[in-house]
Design a protein. Structure first.
Length: 142
């Protein structure tokens, strides 16, 4: 199994079909955490509980995310999310899936590979998003 970092191909099509609205508070985006036995990548189309982490202070489907208002920089459109934390948690994760919880079927947006297992033991597990700029934002369309 493998986690491969990618903007999901189905998400790209769904953008053109206006199925995701990053400025509408009614659209809830979530971050779910996964173990190293997950099989996630560009072909992932929806949230799955298969190989999702379990542990103290973690619930299925992970945390709801706070979206940063989409913007442009030069010729790049971008959006980002505020960092999210699972407080006083005991979990080990190899990656994450960002998905639209309000889309029918919990459509996947992107897969994040941490590069190695990351753990917390009765402490904070924080998913820290990169700077919201044209070179680093988690979602960039150039």
């Amino acid at each position: 199994m493998a986690i491969t970092q990618a903007l999901c191909t189905s998400f790209k099509q769904e953008l053109l079909e206006a199925e995701h609205d990053f400025t509408n508070a009614a659209h809830t985006f979530r971050a779910a955490l996964y173990t190293s036995s997950a099989n996630l990548g560009a072909a992932t189309t929806a949230y799955t509980a298969t190989a999702e982490v379990t542990g103290t202070a973690y619930v299925a489907k992970g945390n709801a995310l706070t979206n940063v208002t989409p913007t442009t920089s030069g010729t790049t459109a971008l959006t980002d999310f505020a960092d999210t934390t699972w407080s006083t948690s005991t979990i080990t994760a190899r990656g994450a899936m960002i998905f639209n919880d309000t889309h029918s079927g919990d459509a996947s947006v992107l897969i994040v590979d941490f590069g190695a297992d990351k753990s917390s033991t009765a402490g904070d597990f924080t998913l820290q998003f990169p700077a919201a700029d044209s070179s680093n934002a988690i979602i960039r369309i150039a």
